[in-house]
Design a protein around this ligand. Structure first.
Ligand SMILES: Cc1ncc(COP(=O)(O)O)c(C=O)c1O
Length: 382
């Protein structure tokens, strides 16, 4: 297929992979915060935390200024309660922050390979990695699909360790009827601009554990239990009021926005299901996924084209396709140089990174744009 056969998108705007939510109410609230003079961690952060607890069904929600800070603070709090334990078992198929937070907390990432179809950490490989040094298991709900929290939780309980869930991508997702954020010892969310619920930058932790919540609140604010009363070493992980206002303004619509993402994913899946060189992340129950990202796989041999040139062609035709992630964490240069990881150690994750890509499903896509995605993929491949 030559470029001439590709759809002429010069007359269209690109089909965006992310469109951060905004409305007039949020805009007005942001202006009134700026005029109020109380800009950081005031009433709106508290209100946002209470609303998140109610929505997710958790006892505590602690807002911070990124998903990475949520993971970092969680690891630190757990480590303080479990002196001498310093390894965290996690997946190599994730964003660098998943493993960076472990290292920032003075711990060591121990990777365990993933399931070839669901792309989440494979519970059957975890047990052999558990030792007396293990502090926690850190599953990631990859692209918004919950990890197997039942088996992972069972393993953690039987070894007396905790689960710190990287739920950066899974707000609104459900596991066995319970919302993500109400299941693991600690669940860490990102509210970065592209996420299903965003605060431009931000994140939060949910837990039902009073002691961990109190420690994380101290870590968030320079280790202080109250003003100028420092008990532990902490950071500035505070959320600003403007971020809380942006999040609060969206939360009532989150389920509806996620439902639109799900409908868009189903529509695209149907439209693309007959293309031989394309596969999909295995999702048994579409209503349990947050649909942060709609992830597909590309068979370059069948298509006689590399995944990367296919994605480039999509971009040229005005579809903001993406590749998350082109490299598993253990093969990032820093991790190879620091820990000596080598290609071949986690072959399933490595194979997925070679073939995975994403198409837009954000909630503000029009039907015309969804059809344009299907047409563009077919024009390149069929
Ligand atoms: C799986 C995963 N973990 C952690 C993070 C880190 O979140 P943030 O960018 O808010 O620090 C992200 C966000 O991009 C993510 O996708």
């Amino acid at each position: 297929m030559t470029q001439a056969h590709l759809e002429d998108n010069t007359k269209h705007d690109p089909v965006k992979i992310a469109k951060p939510y905004n409305d007039e109410h949020i805009e007005n609230r942001v202006i009134s915060i700026l005029r109020s003079g109380r800009l950081v961690q005031g009433k709106l952060v508290e209100e946002f935390e209470q609303s998140l607890c109610k929505y997710l069904g958790s006892k505590h929600a602690i807002c911070v200024n990124s998903g990475t800070a949520a993971l970092h603070a969680s690891m630190l709090a757990l480590k303080m309660e479990n002196q001498g334990k310093s390894e965290v078992i996690t997946t190599p198929l994730s964003f660098a922050a998943t493993a960076n937070a472990i290292i920032h907390a003075g711990c060591k990432p121990v990777f365990s390979d993933v399931d070839p179809e669901a792309f989440n950490i494979d519970p059957s490989g975890i047990e052999e990695k558990i030792s007396e040094r293990t502090l926690a298991i850190e599953p990631v709900d990859v692209y918004g699909l919950p990890a197997d929290l039942e088996r992972i939780g069972g393993l953690a309980r039987s070894h007396g360790i905790q689960v710190v869930e990287d739920a950066a991508e899974s707000i609104g997702a459900v596991f066995h009827g319970k919302r993500i954020g109400s299941i693991s010892t600690l669940s860490c969310f990102s509210t970065y601009a592209t996420k299903n619920l965003h605060t431009a930058e931000g994140g939060f932790i949910t837990t039902n554990d009073d002691n961990l919540a109190a420690t994380i609140r101290m870590v968030r604010n320079q280790g202080q239990s109250s003003r100028y009363n420092q008990k532990i070493l902490g950071y500035n992980f505070r959320m600003i009021e403007i971020c809380a206002a942006i999040g609060l303004g969206q939360l009532p619509f989150l389920d509806e926005l996620n439902e639109r993402r799900r409908q868009n994913a189903i529509y695209l899946r149907e439209g693309l299901s007959k293309i031989e060189s394309i596969g999909f992340q295995k999702v048994d129950d579409p209503s349990a996924h947050s649909w942060y990202l709609f992830s597909l796989t590309f068979d370059g041999k069948r298509a006689r084209m590399s995944r990367d040139s296919f994605v480039s062609k999509l971009k040229e035709s005005g579809i903001e396709a993406d590749v998350a992630w082109p490299t598993p964490i253990h093969l990032q240069r820093y991790f190879q140089e620091t820990f000596g990881f080598k290609r071949g150690q986690f072959p399933v994750a490595e194979g997925i990174c070679e073939k995975v890509f994403q198409l837009p499903i954000q909630p503000f896509l029009t039907h015309e744009e969804l059809d344009r995605i299907v047409r563009s993929v077919k024009q390149i491949l069929v």
